[in-house]
Design a protein around this ligand. Structure first.
Ligand SMILES: Cc1cc2nc3c(=O)[nH]c(=O)nc-3n(C[C@H](O)[C@H](O)[C@H](O)COP(=O)(O)OP(=O)(O)OC[C@H]3O[C@@H](n4cnc5c(N)ncnc54)[C@H](O)[C@@H]3O)c2cc1C
Ligand SMILES: NC(=O)c1ccc[n+]([C@@H]2O[C@H](COP(=O)([O-])OP(=O)(O)OC[C@H]3O[C@@H](n4cnc5c(N)ncnc54)[C@H](OP(=O)(O)O)[C@@H]3O)[C@@H](O)[C@H]2O)c1
Length: 254
């Protein structure tokens, strides 16, 4: 492959099809220094040989023993890069950026946090799986609530990993799937925003959004983040900035 500055070549080691649009790529051969919860860029050359790059979150935690990087991706048939990534098979080449970024990391969580809410929609669950899976930096909060809002049951990805994490956290981790367009046993029905406004989410998960000791990380659909932030501000929570600590941080996917 041609050499593109800021990027390194890598190989698809494995892929998982969750449904006809959502898939995971496991990639090897790139050296990436990252913190659990961060994102990097994946890239492929277009027909003119120009690199098309987009941001993707790591799903796995950093491993000292291997260079495996895992990504959870939804393909947008009209998009430039995601349909090309969807075509990649085992052994195919792609490019990975040389750096990782993002604030959905352990260091961002205030030490006094009692309840950590991880609110995600769609592929936005990825960074939270990475964060929870990092055995070196496990959030020490009394309770961690992982919320995954999706359209359909088949969008509820990584159930085996989530079950393992729930076991490992020994009662401190609650996983709450929310499915908006189907009724699914064990999942709440609707949108995270409505379920917070109606108090259902808090009652169901036995957890509060408390300005004193709750911390909320959000990732995924930008409108969900905007609408949820508005509701949380109404509950007395504030946006978190390094110069001005608060309760809410987020990463918008588009
Ligand atoms: C910090 C960051 C991290 C990201 N991490 C991921 C990730 O882990 N997995 C992932 O699938 N995407 C992720 N994205 C989105 C990703 O970077 C691309 O925008 C997406 O794959 C579409 O690229 P494209 O070239 O195919 O389409 P484009 O032509 O660039 O975009 C087409 C449209 O697709 C929609 N879209 C983009 N991303 C998503 C998404 N994730 N879910 C639903 N609709 C979307 C938007 O409406 C967008 O306008 C992330 C984005 C950012 C900013
Ligand atoms: N997943 C699929 O099967 C599918 C199929 C066709 C096209 N797509 C395209 O793929 C892209 C991503 O789809 P996606 O399903 O991963 O993500 P998505 O459209 O962001 O939906 C994920 C979840 O977020 C909810 N949501 C959306 N806006 C919200 C808001 N403002 N507040 C609270 N919750 C909100 C959705 O509820 P609602 O269901 O109520 O919107 C759904 O439960 C979209 O651009 C879509 O056009 C996806």
């Amino acid at each position: 492959m041609t050499d593109f500055s800021g990027f390194q070549s890598a190989i698809v080691q494995d892929r998982t099809e969750w449904n006809d649009r959502v898939f995971s790529l496991r990639v090897t051969g790139a050296q990436l220094n990252f913190k659990a919860g961060q994102f990097t860029k994946l890239a492929l050359p277009d027909s003119d040989g120009k690199l098309v790059a987009r941001a993707y979150s790591l799903v796995n935690a950093p491993l000292t023993t291997s260079d495996v990087l895992e990504f959870l991706i939804i393909t947008d048939p009209d998009g430039q890069l995601s349909p090309q990534l969807h075509q990649l098979q085992k052994g195919d080449s792609l490019y990975v950026a040389q750096s990782a970024h993002g604030d959905l990391v352990f260091d961002t969580i205030p030490k006094h946090t009692k309840t950590l809410w991880l609110l995600s929609t769609g592929t936005g669950i990825g960074p939270f799986l990475s964060l929870l899976d990092d055995i070196s930096f496990r959030p020490a909060c009394e309770k961690v609530v992982l919320v995954h809002g999706v359209r359909k049951e088949t969008d509820l990805v990584y159930r085996y990993l989530i079950n393992q994490l729930v076991d490992q956290y020994q009662g401190r981790l609650v996983y709450q799937p929310i499915v908006s367009r189907e009724n699914v046993s064990g999942a709440l029905n609707g949108r995270v925003t409505d379920l917070i406004e109606q108090q259902h989410l808090m009652q169901h998960c036995r957890a509060d959004f408390a300005p004193d000791d709750s911390f909320v990380m959000m990732c995924g659909n930008p409108q969900m983040i905007k609408d949820t932030t508005k509701i949380l501000l109404g509950l007395g929570l504030t946006k978190h900035r390094s110069a001005e600590p608060g309760n809410i941080v987020f990463e918008r996917y588009w």
